[in-house]
Design a protein around this ligand. Structure first.
Ligand code: SF4
Length: 242
C-alpha cells in the first residue's frame, strides 16, 4: 500500500480557609468586633497542597467541575504567564485521544490545542483515519498552560498538571491514545527513551492502549518522517479494528 500523504499540545484554588467561629458571646468578650471582622484569612497557596491530595480531589470531578478547576488553577508557576488555560477540545465520548505537549503561543491565545500549521497537519492526519476534530477524537495536552517562550515543561509542572489529563482520560475512556511528540510521550510513559525507540509498538497509559508518534510540528520540518507517522497511525487504527 502506498504511503498516504497528509499535508498541508489542588483542585481549583482552594476555598479560603475560614477561621472556626467561636460562640458569639465568647468573641465579644475576647476580641473587639471590628478587629474580628477585618482580620484577613489568606487561602493556602495551591502549590503547597500535596499533589496526592490534589489528585484525589480531581479524580472525582465531572466535566464541568474539571473544566472550572483547570481554568482557575494556580498550582504551578505556569499560571503566571498564560493568557488562558487550554483545557482540550473535541468529542467527549471519542475512541481516539490525541495528547500533545503544552500550548504554544497560538494555542494560548486561542484557547485550543493544536492550532496553526501543525494543527492543520493534525487535522489532515485525523481525516485520513476517518475522524475529525469534534467527531470521534478528543485533543488535549499534558500541560494546560503555556510554558514561557515555549521552553520545555519542568517536572514539577508536569506533576501538578498530570491529574487533570488523567481525569480527562477516565471521563472519555478512549480506546486508543495517540501520544504526539517527545515530551508528551516521555511524560505519559515515564520514560527518557527517544521516540524512535518507543514507536512501532503498543504501550499503555492507565489501562488504555497508547501509540507513540511524532508531533505534527516536527513532521512539518522533517517530511521524510511522515511515512513513519503514517505507520504509527495504522498501528493505532489496527488496535481499534482488532
Ligand atoms: Fe495548573 Fe496545569 Fe496550568 Fe500548572 S499548567 S497552573 S498545574 S493548569
Amino acid at each position: 500500500m502506498g504511503v498516504r500523504v497528509f499535508l498541508p499540545e489542588a483542585p481549583a484554588a482552594p476555598e479560603p480557609v475560614e477561621a472556626p467561629e467561636a460562640p458569639e458571646a465568647q468573641i465579644e468578650q475576647a476580641v473587639p468586633a471590628p478587629v474580628r471582622a477585618e482580620r484577613p484569612v489568606a487561602p493556602l497557596p495551591a502549590a503547597v497542597i500535596p499533589i496526592a491530595a490534589r489528585a484525589t480531589g480531581v479524580d472525582g470531578m465531572d466535566w464541568d467541575a474539571l473544566e472550572r478547576t483547570v481554568s482557575a488553577c494556580t498550582a504551578c508557576k505556569l499560571c503566571r504567564g498564560r493568557t488562558q488555560t487550554v483545557f482540550g477540545v473535541g468529542d467527549r465520548q471519542a475512541d481516539w485521544l490525541v495528547v500533545g505537549e503544552a500550548p504554544g503561543e497560538n494555542e494560548d491565545l486561542q484557547g485550543e490545542p493544536f492550532v496553526g500549521q501543525a494543527g492543520k497537519l493534525l487535522d489532515n492526519m485525523l481525516r485520513s483515519l476517518g475522524v475529525a476534530r469534534g467527531r470521534g477524537v478528543y485533543i488535549a495536552n499534558v500541560l494546560k498552560c503555556r510554558p514561557p517562550g515555549n521552553r520545555n515543561p519542568e517536572p514539577d509542572e508536569v506533576a501538578q498538571c498530570e491529574p487533570f489529563l488523567r481525569r480527562q482520560v477516565a471521563l472519555i475512556q478512549p480506546r486508543i491514545i495517540l501520544a504526539m511528540g517527545r515530551f508528551a510521550v516521555q511524560s505519559l510513559l515515564q520514560s527518557s527513551d527517544p521516540i524512535g525507540r518507543l514507536r512501532g509498538r503498543l504501550h499503555q497509559y492507565n489501562g488504555v492502549p497508547l501509540v507513540v508518534t511524532y508531533h505534527p510540528a516536527y513532521l512539518l520540518r522533517n517530511l521524510p518522517d511522515k511515512a513513519k507517522a503514517w505507520a504509527d497511525l495504522c498501528l493505532a487504527r489496527s488496535v481499534l479494528q482488532g
